[in-house]
Design a protein around this ligand. Sequence first.
Ligand code: 5GP
Ligand code: MN
Length: 314
Amino acid sequence: MFQRIKETIDNGRKFLVTSHVDPDGDAVGSAFALCLALTGLGKDAAVYLQDAVPYRYRFLPRPAAVHHELPEDGYDAVFVVDCGDLRRVGNGHESLGHKSFLVNIDHHESNDAFGQINIVDERASSTAEILYLVLKSLGVRFTGDIATNLYTAVITDTGSFRYDNTTERAFSICREMVGFGVSPVHVAANVYENHPKERFQLLCLVLATLETLSDDRIALALVTGDMFSRTHTSAEHSEGFVEYLKEIDSVEVACLLRETAHGKYKVSMRSKNGVDVASVARSLGGGGHRKAAGCTMEGDLDTIKNILIGAFSL
Ligand code: 5GP
Ligand code: MN
């Protein structure tokens, strides 16, 4: 399979790398690392991300060309990283689907193999882990910049080596990246200790909505558009809030509902043990991993909550 990627790169000149809306560390780190690697191989490469890079990932060494509008066509191939389905790319995904040769590199078990080439391994801790193997097979020289992107992607997708996707290979890739010059303290300071105080003002409002249900096994909280405006924040400031809900001892499933438009909510789900939130999210039109998944729901808040509570069968 890696052979086909090698042929695609060898035979092409101009490439685009893209990832999902509301990009997380794996999305940004993988997209930047691949783009920098392609440039290092003498190719013309650019990144397209619908949304701005969240503040906590702005320290990542970035490629020269990062677009937030889908550039004109004319790419020999488009690499789509960390996306379980092509719609996750956001604006422009239809035109990519119709016109481009797509290379899908991902680790979501819900991945629907939308590419002409599909490298999907749901056992990988992160897309960056698969990308590391791809870059090795291409003989890419790992610069400090590529290493910082890959390292950040692996640590953020493993929750700093706390989630059950934390494998020996995840550690060993990070160890190798440190050998290429990554500073773990520099990465951690930027990702985890670089929040504007407004994030915590928003967190106060969100925690005030916390409710626990089903014998405290489900935790739910809400972020509304009004809370964002009152605290001068946006979606990037609420990244990770759902993880706090999971820290409650009795909680099996945590859900954060983020209002994206009137009556429309982005649902983030996290599970600790038995509940497979990926299958719940899939049944609601979304996707993800067994222990971290998401979807979008529309309608009345109480109805949405009841659908979710019913779906977790706790
Ligand atoms: P988060 O809650 O952090 O936004 O997402 C958790 C996981 O679920 C991530 O792996 C993310 O890619 C996936 N995910 C979140 N929302 C959606 C969605 O609407 N569709 C799909 N296919 N996956 C999603
Ligand atoms: Mn990922």
